[in-house]
Design a binder for this molecule. Structure first.
Ligand SMILES: [Zn+2]
Length: 235
């Protein structure tokens, strides 16, 4: 048995040498103890300080469109930066556990923030059933799971649903985007929402149209307070 165990560890080391796991942010080989993101990136990612003050870029994007308590993103997303690489791995490379890790990192920031206290429920932005089946998971749910473990707040699974699969939003005007989003989301289980302070969780906030549409649907079903947190903000 011992022989087999030693052989297995040797084989794992050899595989690691030949095909090292790479950091999902900077693509350099990871050490065995590092998971998905290297230590240098953990320290040097372009973090925001949105959790500390109300007048931040994510909040400004949403002001006048929906009522909310606080909005923030953990990282700055820019074309070609390490955060774009992270999000690409999370959405298109099957790295579910990267989502959980990012959720845990987000929880670390929110725990220390006076603006993110008293939350009852975590709700991730849903994918359409067909898209979730194709991808195999919903990346926002992975983030929500990491957040849930870090904050010790439950995730309302399957409560908010996406009824319509939407096409890419980027080339449409703001009004068209809004029209396009109005009927997209629905509530499968309204009983859990009444009077609750909900934390809505997304991977990347760009136009804010998705957040806006989900927020409307949650308010229609009686939530009392909404806070918003995302991994990245494309500013
Ligand atoms: Zn790295």
């Amino acid at each position: 048995m011992k022989f087999f165990n030693t052989t297995l560890i040797l084989l794992q080391d050899l595989t690691g040498l030949l095909f090292p796991e790479l950091c999902c942010a900077c693509n350099t080989p990871l050490h065995r103890a590092e998971g998905r993101i290297c230590t240098a990136c953990i320290h040097n990612l372009p973090y925001t300080d949105h959790h500390n003050y109300k007048d931040n870029k994510v909040a400004r994007k949403l002001w006048g469109r929906i009522p909310f308590h606080h909005a923030m993103a953990l990282l700055h997303f820019r074309k070609g930066n390490s955060v774009q690489n992270l999000i690409h791995h999370l959405k298109y490379k099957g790295k579910k556990d990267l989502g959980v890790k990012l959720g845990t990192m987000l929880a670390g920031q929110l725990t220390g923030s006076p603006h993110y206290q008293g939350i009852d429920l975590i709700i991730p932005i849903p994918l359409h059933k067909k898209k979730e089946k194709e991808r195999g998971y919903n990346q926002s749910m992975c983030i929500a799971e990491g957040l849930s473990a870090g904050l010790n707040i439950p995730v309302a699974k399957g409560c908010l649903i996406r009824k319509i699969a939407t096409s890419s939003q980027t080339r449409k005007s703001r009004y068209k985007r809004y029209e396009n989003m109005r009927e997209v989301f629905g509530i499968a289980d309204p009983t859990v929402l009444a009077g609750k302070h909900v934390l809505l969780v997304d991977d990347v906030i760009t136009t804010g149209a998705t957040i806006e549409a989900c927020a409307m649907e949650l308010y229609r079903h009686g939530i009392s307070k909404l806070s918003i947190a995302a991994i990245a903000f494309a500013d």
